[in-house]
Design a binder for this molecule. Structure first.
Ligand SMILES: [Zn+2]
Length: 434
């Protein structure tokens, strides 16, 4: 054998072995996979359809519901496990239910998304709005920013998560007056909604480096407390275990996790949450049972007066909505008319900026009843007057669900920040900060 042929054979052998090992690595790893899981968008035309789908959500752990069946003429997105596709298709046909298939293989969407994540050990200066980032990178980036802006920025550590990870954020304090108003933003309470922390990171960067006069004015007149990932255990698990994980990682027998946005002590567990630890919207064994909830409550109670927090924003995805309290009841909050008008202005702003349609209204009115959410507690209990939560991109019938393509991070963050600026300007003009 010539040396060239010898090397060639060695190369082929290497590729075969490496290929087999790579194959084994993918298929024997402990990471959740969604190969050939289908995403359906169904239309419930009759009361019978509603009843059937309520039963299906209750009984099946192979169908993941994004929203609950509540009334006829409702559209609902459901992910169906590969082995249940035939049964589900039969159900649709038998009861004459209209539907679209949004995705035939959800793993493809996840694979595309994982390729948009930069490695954990990159230089934190490489933070951008074209990729998604690990928790470790986001924390290193915040440390880097504080070193760069030591007079205005500080790291905030509100305490540890259930699994002992510090919950960190940034405090931006250019206005040194004692009575300066603070804007509070939290995101990442739901682990899989990666666009939310990506958006808060963009906002931090804009407040520090934008040349726009209005951004500079808001950065200088107001103080900002921003917590990009209030559920760090869950966020980490979406990279290392299951990309579709939503809750924290507390252990309850055979299942893990509390939906932290159902765990706040305000009309806790009264509607739109589950008492079952194996469900995605488990409200926890008691109100504020979770470390993450406790830390956030303690921090806000201690800083409400001290930092004059007058606005509370929480970022989620997806569905393109701007919502204000309450979630547990159709009753109006005392400043309903103001919040309603401010929300409307914020959605109009988004339409001008990007053409995207964001629906605005109270949580109860425009999404579905839910209780124990952070913004309901912030408004109802802490009495923070301006309280909004966003459902960022994509649209309600998105085929990507929570897996927004990284190419859309920057435009999503831009429109969300424009809407938040509008909320502040409108609240200012209505006298909320004086
Ligand atoms: Zn969410």
């Amino acid at each position: 054998m010539s040396p060239k042929n010898y090397l060639g054979s060695f190369y082929i052998l290497f590729v075969c072995l490496f290929g087999i090992n790579l194959f084994r690595l993918v298929w024997t790893s402990d990471i959740a996979r969604y190969d050939y899981y289908r995403v359906y968008h169904v239309e419930l035309s009759t009361q019978q359809h509603v009843a059937l789908f309520q039963q299906l959500e209750e009984k099946s752990d192979s169908c993941t519901f994004f929203g609950h069946a509540r009334h006829p003429k409702q559209k609902l997105t459901i992910m169906v496990a590969a082995h249940k596709v035939a049964d589900f298709a039969d159900l649709l046909q038998t009861y004459d239910i209209k539907y679209d298939v949004l995705s035939y293989n959800f793993q493809e969407i996840i694979d595309r998304n994982l390729a948009e994540v930069l490695s954990k050990d990159i230089d934190p200066k490489s933070m951008d709005w074209k990729h998604y980032f690990h928790l470790e990178t986001i924390y290193s980036w915040m440390n880097f920013l504080v070193q760069e802006h030591p007079n205005d920025l500080a790291i905030i550590n509100i305490g540890e998560s259930a699994q002992g990870i510090p919950i960190k954020g940034i405090s931006l304090k250019k206005n040194k007056k004692d009575n300066a108003t603070t804007i509070f933003i939290e995101s990442g309470i739901h682990a899989r909604e990666w666009i939310a922390p990506a958006t808060t990171n963009y906002i931090i960067n804009e407040l520090l480096s934008s040349n726009e006069t209005e951004v500079q004015r808001l950065a200088e007149n107001y103080n900002w407390i921003i917590l990009p990932i209030v559920n760090p255990d869950g966020y980490k698990y979406t990279f290392e275990g299951d990309r579709m994980w939503r809750k924290n990682r507390e252990l309850f027998g055979i299942c893990r996790g509390v939906d932290l946005n159902r765990n706040f002590p305000f009309h806790w567990n009264s509607t739109g949450s589950s008492g079952d630890p194996c469900r995605y919207d488990y409200s926890g064994p008691s109100a504020a049972s979770e470390m993450e909830t406790k830390q956030l409550i303690k921090f806000l109670q201690e800083n409400l007066i001290l930092n004059n927090i007058k606005t509370f924003i929480s970022l989620h995805s997806y569905s393109q909505m701007i919502m204000f309290p309450y979630g547990h009841t159709a009753d109006h909050v005392e400043n309903y008319d103001d919040l309603s008008a401010i929300g409307r202005k914020a959605s109009e702003k988004i339409k001008q900026v990007s053409g995207r349609i964001y629906k605005s209204g109270s949580i109860y009115e425009i999404i579905y009843p839910s209780s124990g959410g952070s913004k309901d507690w912030a408004h109802g209990e802490l009495k923070i007057p301006i309280t909004f939560s966003f459902e960022l991109r994509g649209p309600p019938d998105s085929k990507d669900l929570f897996i927004l393509p990284a190419a859309e991070i920057e435009s999503t963050a831009q429109e969300a920040f424009a809407a938040i600026m509008t909320i502040i300007e409108e609240s200012e003009s209505r006298g909320y900060y004086s």
